[in-house]
Design a protein around this ligand. Structure first.
Ligand SMILES: NC(=O)c1ccc[n+]([C@@H]2O[C@H](COP(=O)([O-])OP(=O)(O)OC[C@H]3O[C@@H](n4cnc5c(N)ncnc54)[C@H](OP(=O)(O)O)[C@@H]3O)[C@@H](O)[C@H]2O)c1
Length: 315
C-alpha cells in the first residue's frame, strides 16, 4: 500500500480509504455485519489505515459498528478515523442540516462515544449549511481542536467560495468531493484550488456507487436505493454499462487489473488526489482493488479513458 501526507497535517494515509456508508440500511439495505467486520480486518492486514464514516450513516449505526471494531481489535492508535457532522438527527424521519455551535459540540461528543475513542483525526463538515455563519462553525471546531477532541478539520461537498469563507476563520486540511470517471465537475475549480492551498482531497463514490466495477448487467436488479437512482435505471443505465464494458473493462483486462482497480487508479493519477474512498461490504471488495495505488496511469491512457467514457455516455 502507498501512503501520502494528508494536506499539511501530520497524518500519512493509505491511498485507498475504507468507506462506511454501506452501513446505512436506508440506502444500502441490511448488509452482513460479520462480513463487513471481516472486510475491515482484511483491509487493515493489507495496509489500509484510513477509514471514513459519518454520524448520518445509519443515524449513528455506522459509527457504532466501527467503534465496536476498534474496541475489539484495540487498533484505534494505528488508524486515521475521519467522520462528519451536518444532519440534526433528533427526529431521524425528518432530519435537517444543523451546524450551529451547540449542535456541533453535542454531536462531536456523540460521535466520540459511538466510536469509543477520545479523539477524531479528521472532523468534516458534511455539506454547506446556509443557516450558520462560517465564524460560528469555526468557533465550535477550533474549541474542539483546542480540547484535543478533534485533530484536523475537513469539508465535503463544497465549492471554492464556500471553502474560502471557512478559511477566513480556520485551516481546512481536506476536501471530500464526488469524483470519478463519470463525475468530473471538480476538475475545473476545486481540485486546482486544493493543489494551490495544499488541501488534501479524498474522493467519494470513487466507483460511482459500483457502476464502474463492470460487474452489473442490464438484468441486474438492485434492492437498495440504487433501484430508484437515474444512473441505475432505463436507457441511462444501459449506456453507462456499455461504456464501461467497451472501454474500461477491456483495458483493465489487458493490464491484469480488475475494472474497479483501474477506475480507482484513474482517480489516483490526478495529482490533487490524496486517497480514493471506496464503499466496502466484503473482503473480496478490498482484495480486488488493493493493487490500484501501485502505479499511476500514463497520461495518454488517462485522457483516453476519460474521453471514451464521456463520449459513450453523451451519445
Ligand atoms: N461526503 C459525502 O457526501 C459522501 C457521499 C457518498 C459516499 N461517501 C463516502 O464515500 C464512500 C464510497 O462511496 P459510495 O458508497 O457512494 O460508493 P462507491 O465506493 O462508488 O461504490 C460502492 C459499491 O461498489 C461496489 N464495490 C466496492 N468495491 C468493489 C470491488 N472491489 N469489486 C466489485 N464491487 C465493488 C459495491 O457494490 P454492491 O453493493 O453492488 O456490491 C459497493 O456497494 C462511502 O462509503 C462514504 O464513506 C461520502
Amino acid at each position: 500500500m502507498k501512503y501520502l501526507q494528508l494536506g499539511k497535517t501530520d497524518l500519512f494515509v493509505s491511498r485507498i480509504c475504507f468507506g462506511c456508508w454501506q452501513l446505512s440500511p436506508r440506502f444500502w439495505g441490511n448488509i452482513s455485519i460479520d462480513e463487513w467486520n471481516r472486510a475491515l480486518e482484511r483491509a487493515i492486514e493489507l495496509g489500509i489505515n484510513f477509514i471514513d464514516t459519518a454520524q448520518a450513516y445509519g443515524d449513528g449505526f455506522a459509527e457504532s459498528v466501527l467503534g465496536d471494531f476498534l474496541k475489539k481489535h484495540r487498533c484505534r492508535h494505528k488508524l486515521v478515523i475521519a467522520t462528519k457532522f451536518y444532519w440534526n438527527l433528533d427526529d431521524p424521519q425528518n432530519r435537517y442540516p444543523d451546524t450551529s455551535y451547540n449542535y456541533i459540540v453535542r454531536e462531536c461528543e456523540a460521535s466520540l462515544k459511538r466510536l469509543k475513542t477520545d479523539y477524531i483525526d479528521l472532523y468534516q463538515i458534511h455539506a454547506w449549511d446556509p443557516l450558520t455563519k462560517p465564524e460560528e462553525v469555526a468557533c465550535a471546531l477550533l474549541n474542539l481542536q483546542k480540547q484535543g477532541k478533534i485533530r484536523w478539520i475537513g469539508v465535503s461537498n463544497m465549492n471554492v467560495h464556500q471553502m474560502s469563507m471557512y478559511m477566513r476563520y480556520m485551516d481546512i486540511e481536506c476536501l471530500q468531493p464526488l469524483y470519478n470517471l463519470l463525475d468530473r465537475d471538480v476538475e475545473k475549480e476545486e481540485l486546482p484550488f486544493c493543489l494551490e492551498k495544499r488541501i488534501g482531497v479524498i474522493t467519494y463514490s470513487s466507483l460511482a456507487r459500483g457502476i464502474l466495477t463492470g460487474k452489473y448487467s442490464e438484468d441486474t436488479k438492485f434492492e437498495d436505493s440504487r433501484a430508484q437512482h437515474p444512473r441505475f435505471t432505463g436507457e441511462n443505465f444501459k449506456k453507462i454499462l456499455n461504456a464501461v464494458n467497451v472501454s474500461l473493462k477491456v483495458v483493465a483486462e489487458k493490464m491484469g487489473l480488475t475494472t474497479a482497480a483501474l477506475a480507482i487508479r484513474w482517480i489516483l493519477t490526478h495529482p490533487a488526489i490524496t486517497s480514493a474512498i471506496v464503499g466496502i461490504k466484503k473482503p473480496e471488495h478490498i482484495e480486488t482493488i488493493i493493487s490500484a495505488p501501485d502505479n499511476i496511469l500514463d497520461r495518454q491512457l488517462w485522457y483516453k479513458l476519460a474521453d471514451e467514457i464521456a463520449n459513450a455516455v453523451k451519445k
